[in-house]
Design a binder for this molecule. Structure first.
Ligand code: ATP
Ligand code: MG
Length: 206
């Protein structure tokens, strides 16, 4: 499998969705050259699972939560991501396996080794992952400004948010070749330019 698989990660309000969208616009995706997609979601079945996972009324055990993310992901990889990479396309994904490690693993206490087993089952890793980091006060402010009702993960308490942030730092430290930890308290343009520069240098993307 070839192509280029780029994922965006970070805590709530850190801005993975904003930057994934910005990059897709810059590369003129979706189009022949690639796809822009998100997790949980990206296929009809996975979007239905997303709706359940983000619904504040949903109550799930941490393991059930994890397995639903992987059920959605298995479908997304099989139907969208793997076929796109096989035709040499660029895939930009707003969240992928690192979010499950950070939220369900570090945040909710599901064994990291078990999540690792499921990641192995999926059998696909991004070539490069941008992990966005912001202080919680800034993240909160951004989510307030964005407006709308808070989803199930946006309602987490400060302790869980802190564990997730620590998890993302741990992931970045464990896989420095794949992960770029970025200070996303800088403005969108600054963060975006640094992402573009990295991609130009490493993959000659422009
Ligand atoms: N680097 C940045 N500087 C300033 N504002 C930003 C930056 N990144 C994102 N924002 C703003 O913060 C808000 C939240 O961004 P975004 O929706 O991308 O966050 P998110 O982390 O993907 O949230 P969620 O996890 O809920 O999907 C948006 O209003 C966006 O415009
Ligand atoms: Mg988002």
């Amino acid at each position: 499998m070839s192509g280029l698989f780029i994922s965006f990660e970070g805590g709530e309000g850190a801005g993975p969705s904003t930057l994934a969208r910005r990059l897709a616009e810059a590369l003129r995706l979706p189009g022949r050259a690639g796809v822009q997609t998100r997790e949980p979601g990206g296929t009809k079945g996975a979007e239905a699972i997303r709706e359940l996972l983000l619904d504040p009324k949903t109550v799930l055990s941490p393991l059930a939560d994890t397995l639903l993310h992987f059920a959605a992901r298995a479908d997304h990889v099989a139907q969208v991501i793997a076929p796109a990479l096989a035709r040499n396309a660029v895939v930009i994904c707003d969240r992928f396996t690192d979010s499950t490690l950070a939220y369900q693993g570090y945040g909710m206490g599901v064994a990291l080794a078990d999540i690792g087993t499921l990641i192995g089952l999926i059998g696909l890793k991004p070539n490069i992952t941008f992990i966005l980091e912001v202080p919680e006060s800034i993240a909160k402010q951004r989510l307030l400004q964005r407006g709308g009702a808070a989803d199930r993960y946006e309602r987490m308490d400060a302790a869980m948010t802190a564990r997730i942030a620590q998890g993302f730092r741990g992931i970045a430290a464990a896989e420095p070749a794949r992960c770029r930890l970025l200070d996303a308290s800088q403005g969108v343009d600054t963060v975006f330019n640094s992402i573009l520069n990295t991609l130009k240098l490493q993959y000659h993307l422009s």
